[in-house]
Write a protein that binds this ligand. Structure first.
Ligand code: IPE
Ligand code: IPE
Ligand code: MG
Length: 244
């Protein structure tokens, strides 16, 4: 852990941090490098931020790694990202295990290349008995798609009489999310200077605190992450109520 880092008040830490890690391509372009170099440097930040989150005592870290819309990028970029993902799932296994990390995924996983699916399964099984940070990768994820998938499954259950439409409430919907056991994100960070949600956790982020930074993801180092946590610690969350 960085020696000079100020101690964060554990009672003011978010339990779940979700990050839209954006800006790899622009980071590379500014250096006259191909976009894939930006993605590669982005992986180094993923490693750094996952470690930091665990050390700081964050419970859940969700990373928007590949959106349902990212398939529409040039084919070589998509292929490259899938290859990197496959490699990452293999190479990081030991380090994550050493750091007591558990592993989850959200998204339409069955549409991912089979090698990636195998890597996910291996990582989940291998890390299943750990008890530290829960790392969640959003892969082929879209918030609208998740809501569509929820609606489909609820309709199926209603059709066979296991759900009464009159009884459907927010808790019912919650059960049909990709990972119903995950708490909703308290803090949602987006790097890369854009101020939008880009189809991330639409339902779950209803009351998340938002943090935007102009830094490109490859420049988002541990101290920047800590800055976001310090900013969060100052926020007053009201959830529609009036302050005490
Ligand atoms: C984020 O960086 C990584 C992924 C979406 C996979 P981008 O690739 O979107 O980088 P920019 O936004 O083009 O700079
Ligand atoms: C959001 O970034 C998706 C991920 C970080 C995986 P994008 O780069 O795809 O988002 P837009 O296109 O700028 O909205
Ligand atoms: Mg982008």
């Amino acid at each position: 852990m960085a020696a000079k880092e100020k101690k964060l008040d554990p009672s003011r830490l978010p339990r779940h941090v979700a990050i839209i890690l954006d800006g790899n391509g622009r980071w590379a372009r500014r250096r006259m490098l191909p976009r894939v170099v930006g993605h590669r440097e982005g992986v180094n930040r993923v490693r750094e931020i996952v470690r930091a989150a665990g050390e700081i005592g964050i419970g859940y870290l969700t990373l928007y790694t590949f959106s349902a819309e990212n398939w529409d990028r040039p084919q070589e970029e998509v292929a490259h990202l899938m290859q990197m993902l496959e490699r990452l799932l293999e190479d990081e296994l030991e380090e994550l295990d050493k750091n007591n990390v558990r592993f989850e995924v959200i998204g339409r996983i069955t549409q991912l290349p089979s090698k990636v699916q195998e890597g996910i399964k291996r990582m989940q099984e291998h890390l299943s008995s750990n008890s530290g940070l829960v790392l969640v990768l959003a892969l082929n994820y879209g918030g609208r798609q998740e809501i569509v998938d929820m609606a489909t499954r609820i309709a199926e259950e209603a059709k066979i009489g296991r759900i009464n439409p009159a009884d459907i409430n927010e808790d019912t919907l919650r059960i049909f999310q990709y990972r119903p056991d995950l708490p909703y994100p308290d803090l949602l960070i987006r790097t890369g200077a854009e101020k939008r949600i880009s189809n991330f956790l639409l339902w779950q982020a209803a009351y998340s605190e938002l943090y935007f930074t102009d830094l490109m993801w490859p420049d988002f180092k541990r101290r920047e992450f800590v800055k976001a946590l310090e900013d969060f610690a100052q926020r007053e969350r009201r959830f529609g109520k009036v302050r005490e």
